[in-house]
Design a protein around this ligand. Sequence first.
Ligand code: AMP
Length: 212
Amino acid sequence: MQLVMLGPPGAGKGTQAKRLAERLGVPHISTGDILRGAAAAGTPLGKRASRYMDDGALVPDSVMVGLVEERLAQPDAGRGFILDGFPRTVAQAEALDGMLSRGGRRLDAVVQVAVPQDELVRRLAGRRVCGDCGMLFQVALDQSPNGRCDSCGGPLLQRDDDREETVGRRLAVYERETAPLVGHYRAKGLLREVVGTGSRDEVFQRIAGELG
Ligand code: AMP
């Protein structure tokens, strides 16, 4: 299955994509995770990307398209993939269509996770990520004794770009650059719209139901 998860920051794409990837046995490819990994490792890509990420801006399309093309060429993505955080612009979506069709492949579906803006702001403010295993938490929902990860005991951290001053900018960038992809994929008959409010299990069941 070759899927794209679409939705604003805080919609729960990452959480649902991870779960769906496990269920389907395909890799979860999060461009944000790849960039944060590169930034932590101090690679040239990471240094360049950090400047944009810290501002809540998008990393240039030329950088992102090359990075995703390389990742999709790896053997584990041959069986399928779940893209989370890419494409984020119409130019990226067109580049993705091109790279897939050159390989004789196509997307099966694009899942759009919709959540009202005030809820997104609340979720982003309460989001914590395990510094060791990357598991995502919500401070209001999850019991995390001593502020450590339930799964591996790692430290729970707030992403720099989840701080209040950057969140508004990321949501505005989503509306301007990424929301037009809803129309792009609807016109192709690929869009599956899912309400992203409620529990993680409820949202997962809705997504599974849409994908049949
Ligand atoms: P995410 O973890 O998906 O919220 O991504 C975090 C940040 O990484 C974004 O705010 C962007 O700065 C950058 N980023 C991730 N994916 C992309 C993309 N497809 N295009 C441009 N920038 C991206």
